[in-house]
Design a protein around this ligand. Structure first.
Ligand code: MN
Length: 254
């Protein structure tokens, strides 16, 4: 897909129409757009390093840092890229680049962490889980994966987030299956040690068992929640997993 760029025409369309055309249609429209040959993210890294090497830490540099961020370069990665380039391009140039990079990546650590987590999963993170927020500590997100036949939801927990103790009731059948898709989390049945969860782990929760699930204190976590069909199914939400309980559950070696 062609990268749409109008900066050339916006800034120089009247003054230098050929330059504007080469900038917008050739550099961006043809070269940057060859995503099948090299990703936008990689092109951003090449461009940022090339500009830094010349000491060109001006507004165009800021634009390319912002693009790099938009193209998926994380805060940790840009720090590593500029540190690496500093040895080849020059120390003072890295200092100048860092001043600008720090601003570009400053505003949203949480959004960055969320985006990074989102990149690890094929299911969407979805919207803030407002409907069930009163049964959760901290922020969770919910994305329906299937609402027909068997209900399947991708549930994402920010670090430290967990749901209250709860029971999936059913007359027959029922219960819940958790399929872990990304990050690190925990599952605990009442009266038992918590279980640490990693991508690929599956937890079978029979109906009637009091339990909670959520993220590790220092990691985002997503699991698919499968609602096992049954008769007279109902969820009973109980007390919150308080900080002391959560700390004990997530630090105990099992
Ligand atoms: Mn559950």
């Amino acid at each position: 897909m062609a990268v749409k760029q109008t900066a050339g025409r916006d800034a120089l369309g009247e003054f230098a129409s050929k330059f504007a055309e080469l900038n917008d249609d050739v550099l961006f429209g043809q070269v940057w757009s060859r995503e099948d040959k090299l990703s936008l993210r990689d092109r951003s890294i090449v461009t940022v390093v090339a500009l830094m090497a010349q000491g060109l830490t001006d507004s165009s540099f800021q634009y390319h840092l912002q693009s790099a961020k938009n193209n998926g370069v994380t805060k940790a990665e840009i720090a590593e890229i500029l540190t690496h380039a500093a040895f080849y391009a020059g120390w003072p140039k890295a200092w100048a680049a860092f001043r600008m990079a720090k601003e570009v990546w400053a505003e949203d650590d949480v959004a960055d962490a969320k985006a990074k987590h989102a990149n690890k999963i094929i299911f969407p993170i979805g919207a803030p889980n407002d409907t069930f927020a009163k049964y959760f500590i901290e922020q969770s997100y919910l994305a329906p994966v299937s609402t027909a036949q068997v209900g399947i939801y991708n549930v994402t927990f920010e670090p430290g987030c967990r749901n209250n103790w709860h029971i999936h009731h059913a007359q027959s059948g029922g219960g819940q299956i958790l399929i872990c898709v990304a990050g690190r989390g925990f599952y605990q049945e009442y009266g038992k040690p918590a279980q640490e969860l990693h991508p690929g782990d599956v937890v079978n929760i029979p109906a009637g068992v009091k339990h909670w699930h959520g993220a590790a204190p220092d990691s985002w976590f997503s699991h698919l929640a499968v609602e096992v069909p049954g008769t007279e199914t109902a969820n009973e939400w109980l007390e919150a997993v308080n900080d002391a309980e959560y700390a004990k559950a997530t630090t105990e070696e099992v």
